[in-house]
Design a protein around this ligand. Sequence first.
Ligand SMILES: Nc1ncnc2c1ncn2[C@@H]1O[C@H](COP(=O)(O)OP(=O)(O)OP(=O)(O)O)[C@@H](O)[C@H]1O
Ligand SMILES: [Mg+2]
Length: 322
Amino acid sequence: MTLTQSTKPRQAGGEEPVLRLQNVSKIIGRKKIVDQLSFDVRRGEIVGLLGPNGAGKTTTIRMMTGLIKISEGDVKIAGRSIQSQFKDAIVQVGAIIENPEFYPYMSGYDNLKQAARMTDSVTSERIAEVISLLGLQEALHKKVKAYSLGMRQRLGIAQALLDRPKLLILDEPTNGLDPAGIREMRDYLKKIAVSEGIAILVSSHLLSEIEQMCTRVVVIQNGRLVTERAIGAGGSGQERPELRLRVDNPARARQVLESLKGVQALDGREGEHEIICQAADEEMPALIDALRQAEVAIYRITETRKSLEDEFLQWTGGNQIA
Ligand SMILES: Nc1ncnc2c1ncn2[C@@H]1O[C@H](COP(=O)(O)OP(=O)(O)OP(=O)(O)O)[C@@H](O)[C@H]1O
Ligand SMILES: [Mg+2]
């Protein structure tokens, strides 16, 4: 994908990102609350917008959804400018900013029906579809005031999805949820990204949540982009990952490892039957064979992944991220 602005007609199903921020800034008074922020979110992706309190996440999301004016730059949703083509752009968006609003004395179902009345295109089949997508069947006829926070969030997402948006934006969707609730939310969002084929942007100030939920993270601090990178599934992405071996005889294991070409033995806690080394995948079969031949018993091999938190501290220079 190039970053040049195209004036060609947009092709359905093309490579165009669902959400594109182009040098977006928000200036209030003399302060740049959001400063030249650019990033993309594509179909099927769940991207985390991560930053400490006051980083500018909500301000950015408000600009994306036209709730406040963009001072500089532009936001494109499926190629349409939120500034100059507001209606065409906003119909592609489902969003929950801060708390989803409901009629508390009405059931979840009646709330969805009420929301569906606001648009022409939502059928009763679609209502049933979002209900099952968010696992709301059992809570459906309860009054919303009796909903738990997690159920309320799911009802909010169901409502945001009614009109089949291409982009779902959620500002701190896990705020206040317990670990089980967070996990549930993650599973639902993953399911939605795939089954609805949409792009999802989720903001949070908590690393652990983003780590569990997202495929990519955009980190901001003081309104500026700090880093943008893929996270989550798979290993560390390193070619020569650091491995922790639990063995019966770490001293002998060290000798063996040091005799192998390419493998680097690092310090481990020998008293705890542990040795750490760095090796590429291709080197592992020979490494294991050599240890077995030397009659070293291997109890466990694990990758010592640097936590996202460690990386954060690096990215932000040890600064304030929660
Ligand atoms: N209308 C406003 N006038 C002046 N300053 C504002 C205004 N709105 C936001 N700010 C400031 O802009 C900064 C970013 O605020 P924002 O709410 O976007 O942060 P956030 O990343 O969403 O934080 P949180 O994690 O606390 O929700 C903060 O320092 C805030 O005080
Ligand atoms: Mg906020």
